[in-house]
Write a protein that binds this ligand. Sequence first.
Ligand SMILES: [Zn+2]
Length: 386
Amino acid sequence: MSRVFSPTAPEPVRLTDAMRSVFVELLVHGPLSRAEVARRLALSPSALTKLTKPFIEAGYLLEAAGEGPAGVGRPSQPLRVDASRMSFAGIKLTADELFAVRVDLAATVRRETSRPLASHDLGHVLGRIAEAVEELSVPGRPLSAVGISLAGTATPGDPVVHTSPFLGWSRVPLARLVEEAVSVPAVVDNDVRALTAVQQWFGAGVGHSSFALITVGAGIGCGLVIGDRLVTGRSGATGLVGHLRIDDRGPLCERGHRGCARAYASAPSIRRSIASTLDRPALTFDDCLALAADGQPVARRVLDEAGAALGQVVATVANLTGPELVVLSGESVHMYDVCATAFDAALARHTHWTTAPVRVAVKPFTFNEWARGAAVTALQHLLLHR
Ligand SMILES: [Zn+2]
């Protein structure tokens, strides 16, 4: 009973672990009847009443009288979280731009903005972050926390970004610097793990205690939830599947590996391979997908190989972690439509023969999902750890 739930509450709610469990259960699965919450968390009705009372009094939980199914005996009064009660900012840093959103407690995007990054100088980036947070601010409704996500080695429990190849950073205490710049609690996380957090609480992962997220885009990423826990590993370095070897006769990646997953299936590799073979340097990634869909032989072959590489990555992750579901996402996920046959065949071929077929959910992607992930990282960290 020592920590404050929200600096924005008129009367801050002090949280016990049992209170966190009730609140998160309602946030992720609600609205739920009291009986259902008590059943899910193995609580007595009186214990549940005691745990929910401070949230109801402070306006975080609402009782929706009359919404529940009518029944005999004790009336069922569904409880739900008032999503408008708290707000979070999420910021995704890329090599040349930052994307920012403001979300409510249900991770619904309420505002968004972006800023170009003219340099990777820390002072410059902090200045753009402060501008974005200012633009997302709403008078009288302060942000509860800010989440920052980037490609690299970072985790919310650690204020230091250990490495970020795109930004050329090493051991940068970004969370502390952002807190000083914007006067709001800040956490930093790897961008793929932040996307996984969205799926865990607000997306395809809800209801699954173990699932994997595989992203395709500039690189290939992997986030893991195992036994209801988002896996962070040491210093936040997990899910590094991008350079998994697929075929040592394959194309080279920028790190000099021959035939790694990234060399086959990242968007820049696919584009480069088709554009250079056809000697059409202006082709975009989407042009390449269109050519493959039309049956152009070079594009068709490159996309089939990309799909097969991706299927092998998914099978390998599934063999290692035994997920109930694999979610496929990322800014190039629409390539799946063009390479599904090769993907499915490789997935089946590389999945261990003793296991059931892997369930795959393909999620459409919008770029602000990255920033939304950063906001959900901040939300999760505040609700679970602060
Ligand atoms: Zn590689």
